[in-house]
Design a binder for this molecule. Structure first.
Ligand SMILES: Cc1cc2nc3c(=O)[nH]c(=O)nc-3n(C[C@H](O)[C@H](O)[C@H](O)COP(=O)(O)OP(=O)(O)OC[C@H]3O[C@@H](n4cnc5c(N)ncnc54)[C@H](O)[C@@H]3O)c2cc1C
Length: 488
């Protein structure tokens, strides 16, 4: 059978049970031809077929058809990924997962919710709110980003410093593997388990390469009664990090903690200047800005604010940012699907140039070194710096998940390649500094080709696990084990 004959036969079989929810129409496929990762302007990767399943059983049938014709299967969620995780550069069947968006059970007694994995985090929280509950795993893209994609790419959350990442919420998940079987992995509604192997953990950051997550059960928490957001500036980056460490160690109710470099701070001062027509009172010596939010009962939050001031200002000589409007502007930008401050500074930013990031992680003590490498490497590859933000994603710890952001000139293949050269060198530097190449974007079509450099012999074990879940390598091929952009 030729490739075209295979695709035609597969489409006929898919349409037999999906009807017009299986199509090869170019206009529909076009909407699934890229994500938010930098690629040059007229570059598109069309999948061959688009399907929109409504439940696990339909996904099983889809994968069985794909297995029969050995066609790639790629799960697509909000399409806001920044690493090309959904890009079908090897063709195949694109699975639009947002048709699976039902809440299957809300169980307040057990502080638990079971959903189909295509529901967005925003929608899920709207459904939980009447119960006084919420899922605290909240990437800034939560209006578009689904539960399945959060598991798939292990994204960061605004509230990671208190609640951790998706794995800290997940108790079980159903995955349709590359063997065409639906398997439930995890420990029912229990928070953890020491029986068997923790196979559920393998799904986190797997980017659909082991299978498609179709259902998940998650732990939820009580909505806090009140929240206050404040910011402090420091003389060095490491002062900000150490001040945060000390604040967390004091036991205060810190709910989110983001440390930004001087360049990133300029976005917020610029936005403030534009909106209020005056200069914010930020000292010239400020090299970093730490945004903290505190949440809980009012008296605890009030106490936390006062105590935090005594630590950050008294012990670490930070200066409290008095322009609360600037702080609110920052907070607002965390809850919209847009880079508000960037847009204010460069109104054409997303049209003229794309946002791109090296999302490495290093231990706290290597932060300054990594930052200096950022300045050097971005200059070497002619990248226009946006700045650095350090997210913290382990409960009560300084655990840098870093966005080293630049503007990408996406006008030609060469300028985009240059961005990926920058990502490669930043990634290798992070490994050298005892860190990791990616903390929230994932391998996508960028990093897989030199994953062995980070993982050594364990990379071979990863290959064998992949073969166990996906013997014919049909689940999102071209990710994790090879790179399209960057070669070792
Ligand atoms: C404005 C904006 C703000 C952002 N803010 C953040 C942030 O705060 N933190 C952060 O970490 N990232 C952020 N990102 C990056 C991105 O949004 C996140 O990585 C997000 O998780 C991607 O979700 P998505 O639903 O759009 O996934 P997609 O891009 O559609 O998919 C991401 C990956 O998950 C896989 N996948 C999708 N569904 C499934 C499934 N059901 N089963 C298995 N695999 C699946 C896909 O194949 C792909 O590999 C932001 C992006 C934008 C554009």
């Amino acid at each position: 059978m030729t490739d075209q004959e295979k695709l035609k036969a597969a489409l006929t079989e898919l349409q037999a049970f999906l009807g017009d929810r299986a199509t090869d129409s170019a206009i529909h496929r076009m909407a699934y031809s890229r994500d938010w990762s930098p690629r040059y302007k007229d570059m598109t990767d069309l999948p061959d077929i688009l399907v929109v399943p409504r439940n696990t059983e339909e996904v099983v049938q889809i994968v069985q058809v794909a297995l029969k014709y050995e066609l790639p299967v790629i799960p697509f969620a909000g399409g806001t990924g920044m690493g090309g995780g959904v890009v079908a550069w090897k063709g195949g069947i694109m699975v639009e997962t947002k048709g699976m968006n039902q809440v299957l059970e809300i169980d307040p007694a057990n502080m638990s919710v079971t959903v189909q994995a295509g529901i967005t985090i925003w929608e899920l929280n709207e459904r939980l709110a009447p119960y006084g509950l919420w899922l605290p795993h909240q990437p800034e893209s939560k209006r578009a980003c689904t539960i399945g994609a959060s598991i798939g790419c292990d994204n960061d959350s605004t509230f990671g410093v208190r609640y951790g990442k998706i794995l800290d919420c997940l108790t079980n998940a159903v995955v349709v593997t590359g063997r065409g079987e639906a398997v439930r992995l995890g420990h029912r509604k229990a928070s953890f388990s020491s029986t068997g192997y923790n196979l559920m953990h393998l799904l986190v950051a797997a980017e659909g390469t082991l299978g498609i997550v179709t259902e998940a059960t998650l732990r939820v928490v009580t909505l806090p009664k009140t929240r206050e957001v404040r910011a402090w500036v420091f003389r060095t980056l490491i002062d900000g990090a150490r001040a945060l460490e000390r604040t967390l160690a004091s036991g205060l109710s810190v709910e989110s903690a983001h440390l930004n470099c001087r360049r990133r701070l300029h976005f917020y001062t610029h936005a403030f200047r534009q909106k209020y027509g005056k200069e914010p009172e930020i000292p010239d010596w400020a090299e970093s800005i730490l945004f903290l939010s505190f949440a809980g009962d009012e008296d605890v939050v009030e106490f936390s604010l006062q105590k935090a001031r005594s630590i950050l200002e008294g012990e670490f000589h930070g200066e409290w940012v008095r322009e609360q409007e600037m702080v609110e502007g920052y907070w607002d930008s965390k809850h919209r699907l847009a880079f508000i401050p960037f847009k204010q500074k460069w109104p054409d930013s997303q049209r003229e140039k794309k946002f791109g990031a090296a999302d490495v992680g290093v231990p706290m003590g290597r932060l300054e070194e990594m930052y200096h490498a950022f300045l050097e490497i971005s200059a070497k590859y002619d990248q226009q710096i946006l700045g650095m933000t350090v997210y913290n994603e382990s409960p009560n710890k300084v655990s840098p998940s870093i966005s080293f952001a630049v503007f990408v000139d996406d006008s030609t293949e060469e300028t985009v390649q240059n961005f990926y050269r920058y990502v490669r060198e930043m990634s290798l530097k992070a490994v050298e500094l005892e860190g990791t190449m990616s903390t929230y974007i994932g391998d996508g079509d960028r990093l897989g080709g030199f994953n062995e450099l980070e993982h050594g012999l364990s990379f071979q074990y990863m290959k064998e696990l992949k073969a166990l879940f996906d013997p014919k390598n049909i689940m999102n091929p071209g990710k994790k084990f090879e790179s399209r952009w960057i070669q070792p």
